[in-house]
Ligand binder design. Structure first.
Ligand SMILES: [Zn+2]
Length: 98
């Protein structure tokens, strides 16, 4: 093994899970590290679906999709109204002819 090129290996590196707060020790080249998910809270191990949303992406998506749904419902209502108006116009035109 070459000297002075190998990183320090800590046999008691502390890992902290930011989702569930579990702390455990492992070997590593850094003394402390944090993780978003661990074996204690990952859905693969727990069998429950859970969302890890540290940057607010899910919230952003929900906001965007809610706005789109609202727009869609508005245009749908407008189209319905237009269609009804044109039907009334047609009916009036037929009445005028006879
Ligand atoms: Zn965890």
């Amino acid at each position: 093994m070459k000297k002075d090129i190998q990183p320090t290996f800590y046999t008691d590196a502390t890992v902290t899970c930011s989702s569930c707060g579990k702390v455990f020790k492992t070997g590593g080249t850094v003394k402390e590290l944090t993780t978003d998910v661990c074996s204690n809270c990952h859905s693969f191990y727990t069998g429950k679906a859970n969302l890890i949303d540290t940057s607010g992406r899910v919230d952003k998506f929900k906001k965007r999709s809610a706005a789109k749904i609202e727009d869609y419902q508005k245009t749908k209502a407008q189209k319905k109204e237009k269609r009804r108006d044109s039907k009334i116009k047609k009916a009036n035109a037929v009445e005028d002819e006879s």
